[in-house]
Design a protein around this ligand. Structure first.
Ligand SMILES: [Mn+2]
Length: 303
């Protein structure tokens, strides 16, 4: 059975603490459990102070079969950051702006880049699914045809996935960053960082009929817009079926005193360890209906 661990973002101390709480012990060079495996949700890097240390724990666990893991949007960004642009001289697929460079200062990080390219973007296992932000069959099919058998990500793939507007770009955006819907003209809200936003991140697992923007937004607490969803938003939605396998995601920077499932078959294990929250796990024992009682966390209130 599996322990799903959310976005670590360079917080190795919390990771070690959480692994210990979950009963993993360091034998030889890796953390392991006699009966269980970890599944990491991606976003190992950026933001936190111990990126190298995190990779030193996570990578051997995956390479030695003590854990599985999927890619987060930050790992894909790192790949793009290290891939030269074809047509623009001295440019890279992800711009080397100060903002991006600050997130990638670790000088040893480039060693890990090739490894990032080997991570799958999702796992479809017996009884559960794992993906960084959103399970969408169509997006997954598109990525699968561009990257058969989870082969190592190619330069070709990266160029196509970084070209705004094309199908592969849109599909990768969905699985690694979730789905968005535009607010009606003139409406906006301020996100947690104080930025103006004209799109909401949607509850992609929830049927949209009869919902307002506030209710359909994944971060409902930020959005005080009680207008009904536009018909175009309802038509575009393909909600994750409530009867499908449970799916685990990270990515959403949730904040709460106690973690809660998003739906009976959807749970997010990202509780913002890099923003004053805690590193969170879900201890899965084969259940189809997920339970709030199975969250485990380290850090805040549990040190
Ligand atoms: Mn993410």
């Amino acid at each position: 059975m599996y322990d799903l661990i959310g976005d670590i973002h360079g917080h190795a101390d919390e990771l070690v603490k959480l692994l210990k709480v979950l009963g993993y012990q360091k034998t030889q060079s890796v953390y392991e459990h006699p009966e269980r495996k970890v599944i990491f949700l991606g976003d190992f890097i950026d933001r936190g102070p111990q990126i190298r240390k995190v990779l030193k724990i996570v990578r051997p666990m995956i390479e030695e079969g003590k854990a599985l893991g999927v890619m987060g949007n930050h790992e894909l960004n790192a790949l793009a950051f290290h891939t030269e642009h074809r047509t623009r001289a001295d440019a890279y697929l992800r711009s080397r702006s100060n903002k991006n460079i600050l997130q990638l200062t670790d000088k040893h990080l480039s060693d890990a880049i090739n490894w990032f390219g080997t991570l799958p973007m999702w796992l479809d296992l017996d009884g559960l699914r794992v993906i960084h932000a959103c399970w969408d069959d169509k997006a997954i099919a598109t990525i699968k045809s561009a990257r058969p058998n989870d082969e190592e990500i190619t330069t070709e793939f990266l160029h196509s996935a970084c070209r705004k507007g094309n199908t592969l770009f849109n599909s990768v955006e969905i699985v690694l960053k979730g789905k968005e819907a535009a607010l009606p003209k003139g409406e906006f809200f301020y996100d947690k960082d104080g930025h103006t936003q004209k799109n909401i991140r949607t509850r992609w697992y929830s049927p949209p009929e009869g919902q307002t923007y506030r209710k359909y937004a994944l971060h409902s607490d930020e959005i005080a817009i009680d207008l009904p969803l536009a018909p175009s938003v309802i038509e575009a939605a393909v909600p994750y079926p409530s009867t499908a396998k449970p799916v685990f995601v990270g990515h959403y920077w949730l904040s709460a005193n106690r973690p809660q499932v998003l739906a009976d078959n959807v749970a997010c294990v990202d509780y913002s360890v890099a923003k004053g929250g805690f590193l969170c796990a879900y201890r899965w024992n084969g259940e189809q209906k997920l339970s709030n009682d199975n969250f485990v966390w380290a850090g805040k209130d549990r040190t």
